[in-house]
Structure formats: structure tokens, C-alpha cells
Design a protein around this ligand. Structure first.
Ligand SMILES: NC(=O)c1ccc[n+]([C@@H]2O[C@H](COP(=O)([O-])OP(=O)(O)OC[C@H]3O[C@@H](n4cnc5c(N)ncnc54)[C@H](O)[C@@H]3O)[C@@H](O)[C@H]2O)c1
Length: 317
């Protein structure tokens, strides 16, 4: 990886992946891009930025050629709750965007990172310790695009030799950029609410168990899979990765250790609850551990302590 393009670079993950890639590979070698422009006041000296709609192949191609890109981190997508609201647009962005990125990669010889999700599983996938190779019949548009995306990436590797790689992320918890409309957003909102108001009203029920990961571990997973020895990779585009599985009740309990008196109530959003209920309770990431030495570093206790600490400084609380 010498010259890198990140699509969807202003989102929850891109806001932290871009600076991390710039630290490792040099600011001038990492081109951030998005459909939005960086916020007013953003420091242009941090590195190059391009406006790119990933569904416009000419825009992706022009940036790849102009900057002599060899690796694309394709983050641009509509997340699960937004995709359920706008399923047609989600198909266009999630599948259309990936297809065009893969086409440009095929033409230009780029490697591609594609983030799939626990949302690629469905209600008839084994719920506990979901194996790496499990039945995938997702019932959401987000899941349909993620499961199809995994297959399309495999196809481009097998058919055209494009070096595609990816992981299935669980819910990502972070404190830099807000989440973009996923089913696991509660696990970020709860921290802000705890510090600001001492109370959170959760849109998922108390016992909804889902896998989660702290952003520093997610960044390690992204870079780890892209730097992995390709000779060891069997799965390439769909590695289960996780750090913990947790319910809103358990997360609230852990937060209470740092914010005494913190309370949680429940006002369930039926759409997001139905999405969460169709996903696994916990996934098995042993293939990632075996094939490229994946290992998370944050558990619920250390994640909570760090989030509270970082957010207290950020919010001046
Ligand atoms: N955040 C999570 O919990 C999570 C979990 C599993 C997988 N993922 C996947 O990781 C990737 C990044 O997620 P995120 O949380 O940063 O999402 P996000 O919603 O925060 O950011 C996505 C970015 O894509 C941009 N975008 C939307 N349409 C675009 C288009 N047509 N062209 C270019 N850019 C466009 C948006 O402006 C936004 O900045 C996504 O593919 C997502 O499905 C995220």
C-alpha cells in the first residue's frame, strides 16, 4: 500500500481511518474522498481530499489515475437503518458503488478493502457463536447488499485477480465522528447521553445482544487484513471479527461504574429492533485469528473507561 484512496472518508470510520493511514503511509499518500465536503474550518494541510460519488465510475477512475492509487478502502455506503428507509438508494450506493470501485480496480490493478457487516447474516443463521461459514439469508436491504458485496468481491478476486479483502464488522463504538444511521448507534449515543444528561432512552430493548468493537480495534482489523500475507488467506472478503457481545442493559451497567446514578429507559424503535433481532447474538472470529492473527485489544471494561475519559474531555464535562 503506497498510494491510498478512501471513499466515504468523512463518515464514522473514515474520520479515524484516514488519519491512521496518513500516520502510517504519509499524509500526501492518502486521499480522502466523500460525497460531502469536509466541514468548514477543516485543516486542508492534513492531506488531500477529493469529492467522489462512488456511484460515478468516471469520478472514481479519474481520482485513481490522477493520484496513481494502488489500494482503495471503499467505506462509502448507506448503513442499516438508513438503508431500510431508502432501500432503492441503498442498492444504488452500496452495490452500484462497490461494482464501480471494483471495475476501476480491475482496470487499474488496485487492491480493494470492503467492509461487510454482521448484517450480512439473517434470522435463520445460527445465532450464538455464528461460524465463519454460515447460512446468509439477510432480510434487510443493508444485509442483502453486504452479502452480495462479499460475493462480488470474491468474484473479482477469482475471475480477474483483483486483490479484494474484507471483514464483517460488528457495531462500531467511537468518539470522533457520530455514527451514520446503523442499528448499533445506541452503543455510541448512550455514552454522550450518560455524560450530558445522566440518562439514556434506548431504541433497542434491554436484552438485545449484539457484537461490538471499539474503533481502535476496527482500524487494526482494516489495516491487519490489508497487510496480511495473502498466501494464508482462505476467506479474503468476509472475515468475522468481533471484540465483545453486549446488551443495552449490560452496557448501561458498565457505564454506571463511571457515571454513578446513570439511568436507562427503553422506547423501542420497531424497525431497528426488527433489524437487530435478525442478526446474530455473537459471532465466532476464529478464522480471522487463524488466517491473519486478528486479536482485539479492548473489552467492554476497557472500552467503557476509554470512551468516558475521551468524551469527558471532548464535551468539557
Ligand atoms: N459503523 C458501523 O458500526 C459499521 C458496522 C459494520 C460495517 N460498517 C461499514 O463500514 C463502512 C463505513 O461505515 P461508517 O460507519 O463510517 O458509515 P457512515 O455512514 O458514518 O459514513 C459513510 C460515508 O459514506 C458517504 N457516502 C454516502 N453515499 C456516498 C456516495 N454515493 N459516494 C461517496 N460517498 C458516499 C457519506 O457521506 C458518509 O460520509 C460502511 O460500508 C459500513 O456499512 C460500519
Amino acid at each position: 500500500m503506497k498510494r491510498i484512496l478512501v471513499t466515504g472518508g468523512l463518515g464514522q470510520m473514515g474520520s479515524e481511518l484516514v488519519p491512521e493511514l496518513r500516520r502510517r503511509y504519509g499524509a500526501e499518500n492518502v486521499i480522502a474522498s466523500d460525497l460531502r465536503m469536509p466541514p468548514a474550518g477543516a485543516d486542508a494541510s492534513e492531506g488531500p481530499f477529493e469529492f467522489i460519488d462512488c456511484t460515478r465510475q468516471s469520478q472514481v477512475r479519474a481520482a485513481v489515475q490522477r493520484h496513481r492509487i494502488d489500494t482503495v478502502f471503499h467505506l462509502a455506503a448507506l448503513l442499516s437503518a438508513v438503508a431500510e428507509e431508502k432501500p432503492h438508494m441503498a442498492w444504488d450506493v452500496n452495490m452500484g458503488g462497490l461494482y464501480r470501485v471494483l471495475e476501476v480496480a480491475r482496470e487499474s490493478g488496485c487492491a480493494v478493502f470492503f467492509p461487510s457487516s454482521i448484517g450480512s447474516f439473517g434470522p435463520n443463521t445460527p445465532k450464538e457463536s455464528t461460524p465463519q461459514d454460515a447460512l446468509q439469508r439477510p432480510t434487510t436491504m443493508y444485509g442483502v447488499t453486504k452479502a452480495s458485496g462479499e460475493l462480488l468481491c470474491d468474484y473479482y478476486y477469482n475471475r480477474f485477480g483483483v486483490d479484494t479483502r474484507g471483514v464483517r464488522f460488528p457495531g462500531l463504538i467511537s468518539h470522533i465522528a457520530p455514527p451514520g444511521g446503523g442499528t448499533t448507534d445506541y452503543a455510541v449515543e448512550i455514552f454522550y447521553a450518560a455524560i450530558r444528561h445522566g440518562h439514556y432512552s434506548s431504541f433497542l430493548g434491554p436484552e438485545t445482544r449484539l457484537d461490538m468493537m471499539y474503533m481502535p480495534d476496527a482500524l487494526r482489523a482494516v489495516i491487519g487484513i490489508m497487510e496480511a500475507d495473502p498466501g494464508r488467506l482462505v476467506h479474503r472478503n468476509s472475515f468475522n471479527v468481533t471484540a465483545m457481545d453486549v446488551t443495552p442493559e449490560e452496557l448501561a451497567e458498565e457505564i454506571r461504574r463511571h457515571v454513578p446514578g446513570f439511568t436507562i429507559s427503553y422506547k423501542i424503535d420497531p424497525v431497528r429492533q426488527a433489524i437487530a433481532d435478525s442478526w446474530p447474538d455473537s459471532i465466532d472470529d476464529s478464522a480471522a485469528r487463524a488466517e491473519w492473527d486478528w486479536m482485539p485489544t479492548f473489552d467492554l471494561e476497557s472500552l467503557t473507561a476509554d470512551m468516558i475519559d475521551k468524551l469527558r474531555s471532548k464535551l468539557g464535562a
